[in-house]
Design a protein around this ligand. Structure first.
Ligand code: SAH
Length: 223
């Protein structure tokens, strides 16, 4: 697994420390151990876990900053948020999934890896707006839901000037087109799409960057 991680990270311009690699390897061990009981992932081979889960997650690293307050919606087994936390220890992070057993697994990994500044919360995204309105400067998701639904669930939770990053497959363009009207209605716009191919031809993925339009912030209150 070490080779796949080092090679994959280098391709995206990251150098992993020995400690980063140890933590990711330990995460993989726990993932495989708990998977037999909890059905956390269909990906079980070490090299595939390294590339399709971990390196894929680390593609977010250049776009998440130390001073960010990050939320990951529908994080499942902790992807992308736990690999990202491993290499970005300063960023304060909240991981949310609706399924309790997945959050219990994430809490176990957070404790085992001694990660700080990350909390795993069992909740439905729909129920977060009361406690977490306008709290997060960046909200991410991978394989969570369609783009327009992600934006409508995340919008109330986003701080002014914040950004959304949806991790999508090769068909991102189609989904963006299908979500266009809803995004406009919500006052959001796709500002960028970054497409990348995972090492060893393990898939073409995209990051879709979305922010609120200026006009959304300038709207008079009550409209
Ligand atoms: N991000 C992970 C998991 C994707 S599967 C990965 O890429 O591997 C989608 C996850 O979203 C599931 O774990 C499911 O429990 C969660 N989910 C679905 N609807 C949700 C909702 N309304 N609120 C919170 N989590 C939800």
């Amino acid at each position: 697994m070490q080779d796949a991680l080092e090679h994959g990270a280098r391709e995206i311009g990251l150098i992993l420390t020995d400690e980063n690699i140890r933590s990711l390897e330990l995460f993989a061990v726990e993932l495989k151990k708990w998977n037999s009981r909890l059905n956390l992932t269909a990906i079980t081979k070490d090299n595939e876990i390294a590339i399709k889960h971990f390196i894929d997650s680390l593609n977010l690293a250049p776009y998440v900053f130390d001073e960010d307050h990050m939320l990951d919606l529908g994080s499942g087994a902790g992807i992308p948020i736990i690999p990202l936390k491993i290499i970005k220890p300063e960023t304060v992070m909240l991981s949310v999934d609706a399924v309790n057993k997945k959050i219990n697994f994430q809490r176990h990994v957070i404790r085992t890896l001694r990660l700080n500044g990350i909390e795993a919360l069992q909740a439905r995204a729909e129920d977060l707006h009361k406690s977490y309105a306008n709290k997060f400067s960046v909200i991410t998701s991978r394989a969570f839901t369609r783009l327009d639904r992600f934006v409508s669930l995340a919008a109330p939770l986003l701080a002014k000037g914040g950004r959304l990053i949806a991790m999508k497959g090769a068909d991102a363009e189609d989904e963006i087109a299908a979500s266009d009207i809803t995004l406009k209605e919500l006052g959001f716009v796709v500002t960028n799409i970054y497409s990348y191919t995972l090492p060893c031809d393990m898939g073409k993925h995209s990051l879709v960057f979305i922010t609120a339009c200026e006009s959304a912030w300038n709207k008079p209150s009550g409209t």
